[in-house]
Unconditional design. Structure first.
Length: 80
């Protein structure tokens, strides 16, 4: 839903639904770890103090120069 440095939207960010398999390395570590703990319909705010763990090309975050990244997420659906 959103990606900020705590105050401003990160340059290049594009909000969109992502489909991925947890543990396959298809998305950045931060998204994998968060998704593994979330339930369908749950929303979360994820603060990442290690921005390199939040670089996700599919969201327009190829590089992140912020000191921290704050992601707002929603688990729309999942399959076991």
């Amino acid at each position: 839903e959103a990606a900020t440095d705590g105050a401003s939207t990160l340059p290049g960010f594009s909000s969109q639904a992502l489909e991925f398999v947890i543990g396959n390395g298809e998305v950045c570590d931060a998204l994998e770890f968060a998704a593994a703990e979330m339930k369908k319909g749950e929303k979360a705010i994820l603060t990442c103090a290690q921005p390199l763990r939040c670089t996700e090309e599919r969201l327009g975050l190829k590089t992140v120069s912020a000191e921290k990244v704050v992601l707002t997420l929603e688990m729309q659906d999942f399959e076991k």
